[in-house]
Structures are given as C-alpha cells and as structure tokens.
Design a protein around this ligand. Sequence first.
Ligand SMILES: Cc1cc2nc3c(=O)[nH]c(=O)nc-3n(C[C@H](O)[C@H](O)[C@H](O)COP(=O)(O)O)c2cc1C
Length: 307
Amino acid sequence: MNTAVNLGGIAMKNPVTTASGTFGFGLEYQDYVDLQRLGAITVKGTTLKPRLGNPPPRIVETPSGMLNAIGLQNPGVEQVAEEIMPRLAGLGVPVIVNIAGDTLEDYARVARRLDGVPGVAGLEVNISCPNVKKGGIQFGSDPRTAAEVTRAVKGSTGLPVIIKLSPNVTDMVAMAEAVAEAGADALSMINTLLGMAIDVDRRRPVLGNVTGGLSGPAVRPVAVRAVWQVYRAVALPILGMGGIMTARDALEFILAGATAVAVGTGNFVNPRATLDVVEGIEQYMQNHGFTDINELVGLAQRDGGSC
Ligand SMILES: Cc1cc2nc3c(=O)[nH]c(=O)nc-3n(C[C@H](O)[C@H](O)[C@H](O)COP(=O)(O)O)c2cc1C
C-alpha cells in the first residue's frame, strides 16, 4: 500500500502533518506521539525576532471549537535555526516551518535564514494570521499583496513554498490563483476564521486581544468547501486543515482535493490524534481496496461536473 505523497516538492511518507501553532516545535509531543510516524511536522509560526504574543486570556472554548489569539509567540528564527532545528533534523521527518512577518522584507529575511538549514523541508507562509496587528491578514486579504509576499519568499529560498490562505476573504479562489501565478509550490488552507466571544457577566470581550481565530470541528465544513473550490480552479497541491479530529474528517479533505492534511485543534483534545488519523487512513484504504493514497485525492469531485 502506498501512502506517500508529494506536497509541492516535500516528500511525505504519509499525508498527515500537524497544523502550525498546535504542536509547538514538535518535541513537546514526543511523550505522546512517535514523531517518526508523521508524514511531516509543521511547527509554530516563526518570525524574524522573538515575540511574546498577545496579552491573556488568549484562548476560549466555543461550541465545537475554540478561539485563540496567541499572537505568534515564538523564539525567533535565529533560535529556531540554531537550537530547535538540529534536534528535529535527527528525526528524519520533513519539517515545515511556518513563517510570518510584519513586512515583505521580514518574510524574505526569515525565508533566507531558513534556506539550507538541515531538516527544513519547506516553508509554510502565514499571510493569514487574524491575531496580529501588523502583517498577517493584511497580506492575505488582497490578491496583489499576497502575490508580492509569495514572490518575496520564493526569491529568498530554494525551499518549497506553501502559501497558507485565510478564509476571512470574499473569494479564496482569487487568492489561490494570485499566489499560484506568483510561483507558490503548494497551498494550505484554511487558517482560522475571525471571531470573538463576550463575557456577559463582566460585559467585555473575553480575549485580551478582543478578537481571535476560530478553529476546530465548527470550521470543518467551511474548510472542506474551500479545498473543494480551490482544487477545481488551481493546479497546485493542497494541504487541507480545519477541524480534523479523526481519519474520516481527514478523508473528507482528501476526497475534496487535498494532497495532505494537518491536524490542529484535534491535538489539544487528543494528543495522539495525528497517529489515529495516519492509522485510520490506512485502515480505510485497506477496507475499500485502495492501494495508493493519491487515487483518493479529489475523488469526490467526480460527481461535481467538469473537472
Ligand atoms: C492555538 C493556535 C495557534 C495557531 N498558531 C498558528 C500559527 O502560528 N501560524 C499559522 O499559520 N496558523 C496558526 N494556527 C492555525 C492552525 O494552524 C490551523 O490553520 C487552524 O487552527 C485550523 O485547523 P484546526 O481547526 O484543525 O485547528 C493556530 C491555531 C491555533 C488553535
């Protein structure tokens, strides 16, 4: 049985990775998850300089999901390259580093610093963080600026570049087309949906940042729809995510058109969720007589018309 996939130049032994920000830098999960069983490890958003993130509270539970406004807390690219990557590189699992910045130049410098660092298999460019004042969503809500970030990163690295799209736009297909045209190697979707919660007793917003990003099972139908639409329009491999808790959830994304999938909020509910998804996909393939995972990619599109 072949479960290996190629995500825009990143060779993964199975299609399952972690969603950035929900798995730290991977090592934190070592007691629960045999990291070598994962297709890839996608690590926390990394910026040029270390960041402390937003004031607390930074997380609130919602029906069927959560809101977060972490604000890209991370130790900065220098520490990631010098201290964290050497420990991860030894695992032999491709590491996808999620990068973010306040300016185009920031994105380019982070990308340049990570180019050639052992273990880094690709960059996932977060142009869609709803929880930071500068950078983030402002790059990811306009096709022109999204294309500029893509070109800046592509021009600074030889690594495969995955552009992570925001659902907080009118037309995700237009965004996908713009970054594809600008040279992206793959797309990842979706980032969190902008939301907020209000504490009615204190009569004020719950989160220190006021608004936050909604993730978890509540967003899954939105994410599956986005993958479905973009798969039809753009010929780039897709890393699908949004509310994946089980193998069946992951299969929805693959059948909609995702080449690989990421487990995010699911890790907080079940630290072994990634492995359950890997094993469940294999079981599904066995039960249904599929010998190659790639046969399943976009298979549900058959009934959708001309594709
Ligand atoms: C606590 C938390 C932190 C996150 N941090 C990042 C981040 O640093 N960079 C990024 O691109 N996405 C970040 N995300 C978004 C996730 O990677 C993912 O796109 C989103 O949560 C949807 O997947 P899920 O429903 O499986 O969690 C974060 C999500 C959560 C819940």
